[in-house]
Design a protein around this ligand. Structure first.
Ligand code: SF4
Length: 647
């Protein structure tokens, strides 16, 4: 039997998969009839059946006893969780209860429904700042809604600029489009400090990390001062151009060349392509935005199309939808406090929280200063519950571990943050062991806490149906239609509609002014001290979730350029101490793709001692409190100590 699964990984491609069979030998392929999936998937998808049937699965509820876990019944686990939650609520107040989640399962129900309990309790939840939120806000400041180019716009582009993304790893369908475009003779530019498979697709520009805002300003300088803007477009669709041109006039080619390391000939050539090749699309990568000046860089990059007369000629995140997520999250049940997730390790170490409910996330590895988080979670005055698919590092440190269903085992509705299709996911397998979906646990806990609001017990599919029916973008079609058709195309507003206060693209953002941000982009750059450490995904995994048991046996290495290694007397396989916010020990890999002064590791890399995130900065950007992890400055020294114990 073949089931249709909407992939629930945190990935822009939003694939619809066809799953045949059950267990580790089941077969996954991309649905050939889906407009974007088109019959193929990433290599991670091929591993999904082995992953969901692997020995890493949490199959039964477990309760900590000393250093070990004891298997218990759901009844016993839920009673214990409810009684400890009640204790903390009574003794320390709802603000000390933190619901910690992220996109371990990005299905709309799995992600959002558990927050109903958080809102009903008036507990604390997260501001999601670990990924692209700062950049999304940056685009909203100038464009209103943040949607930009869709896959079909990319396919029709004469110029594609891939800015700070290795599509071969992070978006295989966008990579395929870029490859096809190249074959058809479109111009492709890739802006990335590293050499990757994606940079082979076209002209490669290698700025110093953290200087993207200046680079974009330099390109804009050529367009405004030498090549010519699209005056008709600017008059008709934009506001604040004169102020913006004045700002950009300060970024003369000599300054830009000095700051970014990119020569002015290249700057001008790329600017010429922007002016002469239309339509163009600039694919803005999330990793580039995770820098101190990242959201500011997104502002300047996303404004380039407005100079040359292209409506929304950028892609950053297309997940803005008119679905009532607030209803799914039960925000009508009460007010929840919010904390920036980057602050959680610090707040935890200060004793701010007494109870954690963690689902769809592995913060013991994925937060910057993950070491502090791990330390804090082990405090005696913290009770941690993890509802998860596999035994993550966070689960290993918690007090109660509850088994969650994987994406083949529950019904879901899933959106994409790149394309415009909303998809339905069928339950294909029986839940493994005693695993239960996220919404079920919340209903059980609500009952034990004696909470009466009926929204806490609403059938999640009925809630989803209501949300779909109230959406203009779905054309008010409900769940039944989605089940029948498999996916619906969401109706986004036209590309030339701008939801800013003026109804135009605002170079000078009145919204920014209103919320206390600079109305014009603030263009700055990282001043490098020591090495800059950047992380990014690799094809076989984008998240800690993608690991199979055999992957855990293999430790990651820290990559260094050949020149830096030679100068420091470091050889391949040597062990180095990395000191940033925290410390970690890792083996070195000499990497010819890196420029000098830059270290690279896989996202969430596991080292000989510690994780890469232990040393990453928890500094926040001004816009949206977003993270600046790819601006982490670290020092390295060869390790002269004794034997290294595992982290
Ligand atoms: S991880 Fe991404 S590319 Fe892979 S199957 Fe899921 S949505 Fe598609």
């Amino acid at each position: 039997m073949t089931s249709r699964i909407a992939c629930q990984r945190d990935c822009p491609d939003g694939c619809v998969l066809l799953l045949e069979g059950a267990g580790p030998e089941a077969r996954v392929r991309g649905d050939p009839s889906h407009p974007v999936t088109r019959g193929f998937t990433c290599m991670r998808a091929l591993r999904f059946p082995r992953y969901y049937a692997s020995g890493r699965r949490v199959l039964y509820p477990h309760v900590r006893e000393g250093d070990a876990f004891r298997r218990v019944s759901w009844e016993e686990a839920l009673d214990l969780v409810a009684s400890r939650l009640r204790e903390v609520l009574d003794e320390r107040g709802p603000e000390s209860v933190l619901f910690f989640n992220y996109a371990g399962n990005s299905g709309l129900i799995s992600f959002n429904y558990p927050l109903r309990l958080c809102h009903a309790l008036g507990a604390t939840r997260l501001e999601y700042t670990i990924c692209d939120e700062a950049g999304e806000l940056a685009i909203e400041l100038h464009y209103g809604m943040r949607y930009g180019a869709f896959p079909q716009d990319m396919e029709g582009a004469k110029l594609l600029v891939i800015w700070g993304a290795n599509l071969a790893s992070s978006s295989v369908h966008a990579y395929r489009i870029a490859s096809d475009l190249r074959a058809r003779g479109a111009h492709i530019w890739i802006v990335d400090p590293r050499r990757t498979k994606t940079t082979l697709l076209g002209k490669h520009v290698r700025p110093r990390p953290g200087t993207d805002a200046v680079l974009a300003a330099g390109i804009s300088w050529y367009i405004i001062n030498e090549l010519g803007v699209d005056r008709d477009f600017i008059d008709r669709y934009t506001k604040g151009f004169e102020e913006y041109a004045e700002l950009i006039s300060r970024f003369r080619p000599d300054l830009v060349e000095e700051v970014t390391g990119v020569d002015r000939g290249t700057l001008r050539e790329l600017a010429e392509d922007y002016v002469t090749l239309r339509p163009s699309v600039t694919y803005i990568g999330v990793g580039m935005q995770k820098t101190r000046w990242g959201a500011e860089a997104v502002r300047v990059i996303a404004l380039i199309p407005a100079l040359v007369g292209v409506h929304r000629g950028f892609y950053f995140c297309n997940s803005c939808r008119d679905l009532e997520i607030a209803y799914l999250q039960g925000r009508h049940l009460g007010e929840a406090r919010r904390v920036n997730m980057l602050d959680v390790p610090r707040l935890l170490s200060e004793g701010r929280f007494g109870f954690f409910y963690i689902y769809g996330s592995n913060p013991a590895v994925t937060l910057p200063r993950a070491d502090l988080f791990r330390e804090g979670l082990s405090r005696d005055d913290v009770f941690a519950v993890v509802h998860e698919v596999v035994w993550t590092e966070t689960a290993q440190l918690s007090d109660v571990v509850l088994p969650a269903t994987g994406m083949f085992e529950h019904e879901e509705v899933v959106g994409s943050w790149w394309h415009q299709y909303l998809a339905h996911s069928q339950p294909a397998w029986q839940p493994m062991g005693e695993s239960r979906p996220n919404w079920w646990v919340i209903q059980q806990l609500s009952k034990r806490l004696g909470l009466g609001h009926e929204a806490l017990y609403e059938d999640p599919m009925e809630a989803m149906d209501r949300v779909l029916r109230r959406s203009e973008m779905t054309g008010h079609s409900g769940l039944e239609e989605l089940r029948r058709r498999g996916w619906v195309e969401l109706r986004y507003p036209p590309k030339d509609e701008y939801q800013t206060p003026s109804g135009r693209i605002e170079f000078f953002s009145s919204r920014a002014e209103e919320i206390g941000l600079s109305p014009l982009p603030k263009i700055g750059w990282d001043q490098q001290r020591g090495f800059i450490l950047i992380t990014s995904s690799v094809p076989e995994r984008t998240a800690t979730q993608d690991l199979l048991p055999e992957d855990l046996a293999e430790l990651d290495r820290i990559h260094i350029s050949e020149e830096d290694a030679r100068q420091m007397g470091i050889r391949d396989g040597d062990v180095i101490l990395i000191s940033g916010e925290g410390e970690a020990l890792a083996q070195v890999e000499i990497d010819h793709s890196l420029p000098r002064g830059v270290l690279w590791a896989r996202r969430n890399a596991r080292f000989m001692r510690g994780f890469v995130n232990d040393v990453l900065t928890w500094e926040k950007q001004e816009i949206g409190g977003g993270n600046a992890m790819n601006s982490s400055m670290v020092k390295i020294v060869p390790w002269k100590g004794g034997a290294v114990e595992g982290g």
